[in-house]
Structures are given as C-alpha cells and as structure tokens.
Design a protein around this ligand. Structure first.
Ligand code: XMP
Length: 311
C-alpha cells in the first residue's frame, strides 16, 4: 500500500463529504482511534471535535498521556469524566458477560450524550477491516455504533459515520500512523481492551479493586518494557488466598495473575518465555508495592484453549 496516496485520498474524501459540517471523534487512545483522529484532523481541522471518555478503567496515567500526545500533534482533546457513571453501572456485577454489557451500555449512553451536545452531523470512527469481518461473523458488534446509542440512521436523526480506515488491517493502520508522522509509541501501542481494567478485575469492579489491577499492570508493563511481546498485564482474581504479615500473622490477601503473551494477530497466542529472574522481579515488586497481594501467579496457558484476557 502507498500510505501517502491513501492519506491523500481519505483526506480529500472526508473533506468533501463533511463540507461545512461538524464531526466528533471519540478517541480511546488505542491505535485505530488515534490514527483515525489524526487523519480526521488533517482533513477537517477545527471542524473536528475530539473527545476522550475517562471511564476510570484506564491504565496508570493514561488519560493524561493521551491528552499530552495529542496536544503535541496540535490536537485538542476534551476529556469527559464519566468515572462515577461507569462504576455505578458495574456495581454489584460479577458475571463476565453482564460486566461487558454494563460497560457497553454506559459507554454508548455517555457517547450519545456527547454527540448530541456537540450538534455534530458526523461521527468519526476507527473501524478497521477486521472489525467488519468479526461483526459479519457475529463475533463483535461494537462498531455498529449508531444503533447501539439508540439512533436509527434510517429515521434520519441526523448524523452519519465516517470510517476512513475500514479497508485496512492493523499493520496497514500502523503504517498510516507512521506516515502521518505520529510518534512510535502511538502507532505501535500494545492492544488494550475497550472495557479496560474491568476485563482484568475478576469479581466485583470497584474503584479500590481496579486500583490494585492498575498498579499490577503498571509493574508488569514496566518490568517487561524491554521484552519483545504482544501483551503484558496483571489480573486480580476473585478469591483471596493466605499469606503472612511482616509480624508473622496469617492474613488473607489478593492474588494477581501475570499474563504475558506472544502473538501476531491475537487469534492465537503463546505464553512469553520470561526468564526466572524477570518473573521473580515482577513478584517482588507486586508484593512490595501492593501490600494487600499475598500471591503472584504466572499464567502458562496458550490461546487456545485459553484466551488472552480473563473475561
Ligand atoms: P481475547 O481475550 O479474546 O483477546 O483472547 C483478543 C485480543 O482482543 C483484545 N480484547 C478486546 N479489545 N474490546 C477491545 O477493543 C474488547 O472488548 C476486547 N476484549 C479483548 C485483547 O486485549 C486481545 O488483544
């Protein structure tokens, strides 16, 4: 693919479609939505409003980093703090599918409100070819955003979607990001699931439990920074397990599973062969920096039969 030619064609196409209208982009900070937003900004400039929904389920410092990365590219991002709404929506839920649904409903409600308030006629989306294929196969329906936020485009409620990346697969999206002059850390970013740390918190998703997962993910990412891998993170399991306090008493604590995988496309994956020294360093930091954790496990299962995430 000739990236510059692709960029020129998309910029021209979007500018023509939008004309004098207004567009909103819901940035997640992931590769697809980031590349899409930069492309949209090139085509539309001030006609594009960029929002970032802070759901309270992001990794350490993520909202600030996303905002800063985009500020460096001259793109202003409005952060919508919806943390309370998300924790309220997830309250009391332990079932994985119900958790995903609660997250999705809250996400589209929040996005729907923002789109309506912006009076935009277009929603810019980072849908890629794999999303369309998975939607057709019934694996995923996320990209079909209009229906999910309760807007039937047929009834002419007024806005349309722009999906400039829909013919590309991930490597193509990364190549376009590079050609757009984005920093490496943006277009080579590690995949992170839409429902964020809720997918890595077994049992109840409370701010306190999510904070434990956030710290575990930070430590695992920091300790594997120089290891070539596809994804690396920590998961808080639902059950408690025994440990001993510094003064020798028996105490129940949390269990963290460390998950590091090698993969090309996330369809299959193998556990990363971390050295024993690296694993010990991760254990030491987790139990030292998160004192409520009494057990640290390394997940050895490939996909299949396992999956990469825990829900
Ligand atoms: P699994 O757990 O199914 O994950 O092996 C495969 C890849 O997809 C990511 N993942 C998600 N990404 N929304 C996303 O945008 C989601 O709901 C979601 N669930 C899993 C996961 O991190 C891995 O890269």
């Amino acid at each position: 693919m000739n990236c510059q030619k692709f960029i020129r064609a998309q910029v021209k196409g979007m500018a023509r479609t939008v004309g004098g209208g207004r567009v909103i982009s819901a940035l997640s900070g992931g590769v697809d939505s980031s590349v899409c937003t930069v492309l949209g900004h090139r085509a539309l400039g001030k006609k594009l409003k960029v929002i970032f929904i802070d759901d309270g389920l992001m990794r350490q410092d993520e909202p600030r980093q996303v905002r800063r990365n985009f500020a460096r590219l001259g793109i202003k991002v409005q952060v919508i703090n919806a943390q309370k709404d998300f924790f309220r929506a997830l309250k009391g839920i332990t079932d994985p599918e119900k958790k995903r649904k609660a997250f999705r409903d809250c996400f589209y409600r929040t996005l729907g409100k923002a789109v309506k308030a912006s009076k935009a006629q277009f929603l810019l989306q980072g849908t890629i070819a794999a999303d369309i294929i998975e939607t057709k196969k019934g694996v995923k329906t996320q990209h079909n955003i209009l229906e999910q936020i309760g807007i039937d485009p047929k009834k002419g409620y007024g806005f349309r979607t722009l999906e400039p990346l829909k013919t590309l697969f991930k490597p193509g999206v990364r190549a376009v990001g590079k050609a757009l002059g984005m920093p490496r850390e943006m277009y080579l970013r590690m995949p992170f699931p839409g429902p964020g740390l809720a997918t890595r918190t077994m049992g109840l998703v409370t701010p306190e439990r999510v904070e434990i997962v956030r710290q575990a993910c930070r430590i695992v990412e920091e300790e594997t920074r120089h290891v070539k891998l596809f994804q690396a993170f920590g998961v808080l399991l639902a059950d408690q397990a025994t440990g001993v306090t510094r003064d020798g008493r028996r105490a129940m604590g949390h269990t963290i599973a460390v998950r590091c995988v090698d993969s090309k496309n996330a369809i299959t994956a193998r556990p990363t062969k971390l050295s024993w020294g690296r694993l010990m360093a991760i254990e030491k930091r987790i139990t030292r920096e998160i004192p409520s954790v009494t057990k640290v496990l390394y997940d050895l299962t490939p996909k299949p039969p396992s999956t990469i995430e825990y829900i």
